[in-house]
Design a binder for this molecule. Structure first.
Ligand code: NAG
Ligand code: NAG
Ligand code: NAG
Ligand code: NAG
Ligand code: NAG
Ligand code: NAG
Length: 402
């Protein structure tokens, strides 16, 4: 109180402030108060109410006490803190600003009055402040930098409200917090104008599996007042070529399909050594995946030929060498006997006649190995897509896509 008084005096005349500073003459000929009559505050947050008053110095003797009360005048509870909020007071004005922390419905809302006490006297101002507490609608602010794979990035979440009340709990939720070593640091910063900023920082080395996952920041005030914000993470990553990429040959045409995903979307090229008249190329895009298909005559790309698929974006590139393989005959030509459907056996018998027993053994080994590879790859990609789907549906209504 003294500091506020001193401050007021200092504003008026830059003389040194001391506790025995004499009251300036000729101001505040009557009691008056300037304060908003109705104020709304969100549950969990705090409210600072700015207020000034004047008084007739002839009536009041120093020192006097400034008291905010809820309900009827003598009521000392809850104790309400008078704070300094206004920096430019008129010479006749004194400050009666106050702060209510940890707002809660049914407890903080009500009628607040102000009075001055000096000696055995008091003056109750007739104006009151009506405080209404609403549910919390402010959301935390999530600060997400552009994320890149293999790089450690720090995400920040700031709680709404700039209060010195009970420290809220800041929680993170999402795949990024479940699976990998990460660092979380919660902090409170006081700004030069007396605001308190509660924030949490979250650091992680991101990889492509975090792309498109939802990260949530949840703020909990006083155990049960909750507000949260969601962000769908965008992780930039170098292209990857999917195992489903392949080349096949039928009677007249050879077809190569290259499937690649990356962020930003990769561009697929085929360093074929063919002129553009020799082949047709089609490209389709679905989310972060590009599928490039080239078709050319079977005379230009023959069985066992190898073709390279190259996928690039600004973060890097990937390539895969595809061998032109025979299409399963059974799918295209039902007239062929069932024996021809089984490609490994067709190939195997050819191998026997051409290259002898040693080649057969080797070939079967290769076939078996490639098959097991193909199966693992397929299972992996299915798991991934079903996971991605589930994420999507759970967060459908809340995710934000920029
Ligand atoms: C303030 O709130 C009270 C109670 O909700 C209401 O009766 C009154 O009209 C409001 N006054 C103003 C100025 O908004
Ligand atoms: C492709 O298969 C290999 C070997 O099984 C595996 O290491 C790789 O992760 C797979 N790639 C993709 C994109 O599924
Ligand atoms: C490319 O497509 C055009 C039109 O569809 C067709 O006439 C041409 O034969 C195709 N070329 C090759 C190499 O497939
Ligand atoms: C290469 O392809 C031919 C058919 O075009 C086939 O007879 C032969 O077995 C294949 N060679 C190898 C090593 O796979
Ligand atoms: C991240 O690391 C993987 C594995 O070392 C690498 O293949 C990829 O290109 C890297 N990505 C970037 C953007 O450097
Ligand atoms: C050719 O296709 C068969 C069956 O689709 C597969 O088992 C084999 O690994 C493929 N070979 C190559 C070289 O891609």
């Amino acid at each position: 109180m003294l500091s506020a008084l001193c401050f007021g005096v200092m504003m008026m005349s830059s003389i040194e402030c001391s506790m025995v500073q004499p009251e300036p003459k000729g101001y505040g000929s009557k009691f008056s108060i300037s304060v908003p009559s109705n104020i709304t505050v969100e549950a969990g947050l705090c409210v600072k109410v700015s207020c000034t008053f004047t008084y007739p110095p002839s009536t009041i003797t120093e020192p006097y006490e400034r008291v905010w009360f809820k309900g009827d005048p003598p009521n000392p509870f809850p104790e309400i803190e008078v704070i300094r909020l206004i920096y430019m007071l008129e010479p006749s004005e004194r400050e009666c600003s106050f702060i209510l922390k940890d707002a809660r419905k049914g407890r903080t809302d009500g009628e607040y009055g102000f009075m001055l006490k000096w000696g055995n006297n008091q003056h109750v101002f007739s104006e009151t402040v009506h405080i209404t507490v609403t549910g919390i609608s402010s959301k935390p602010d999530m600060d997400i930098p552009p994320l890149t794979e293999n790089q450690s990035d720090t995400l920040r979440c700031t709680a709404p409200g700039y209060c010195s009340g009970t420290t809220p709990t800041i929680k993170w939720k999402g795949k990024a917090v479940e699976s990998f070593p990460y660092v979380i640091r919660q902090d409170v910063k006081e700004t030069s104008n007396g605001a308190f900023i509660h924030e949490s920082e979250f650091s992680l080395i991101f990889d492509s599996t975090y792309h498109n996952t939802v990260l949530t920041c949840m703020i909990v005030y006083m155990d049960d007042i909750i507000t949260e914000q969601h962000v769908t993470l965008i992780v930039r990553y170098a292209p990857k070529i999917e195992n489903g990429s392949k080349c096949s040959i039928s009677e007249h045409l050879s077809t190569c399909v290259c499937i690649s995903h990356g962020v930003p979307l990769p561009i697929i090229t085929w360093p074929l050594g063919l002129t553009s008249q020799d082949y047709n190329m089609t490209t389709s895009v679905s989310d972060d995946t590009v599928t490039s298909t080239i078709t050319t005559s079977a005379a230009l790309l023959r069985g066992n030929d190898t073709v390279m698929c190259l996928s690039k974006n600004e973060l890097g590139q990937a390539s895969m060498t595809l061998t032109v393989n025979f299409t399963k005959r059974g799918e295209e030509d039902p007239l062929q006997g069932p024996g021809h459907c089984n490609l490994p056996w067709t190939l195997a018998s050819l191998s026997v006649t051409l290259n002898g027993f040693l080649f057969l053994g080797l070939f079967l080994l290769v076939v078996a190995w490639k098959r097991s590879k193909a199966v693992t790859g397929k299972e992996e990609s299915q798991t991934y897509s079903s996971l991605a789907k589930r994420d999507e549906s759970v967060y459908d209504t809340i995710s934000q896509r920029p």
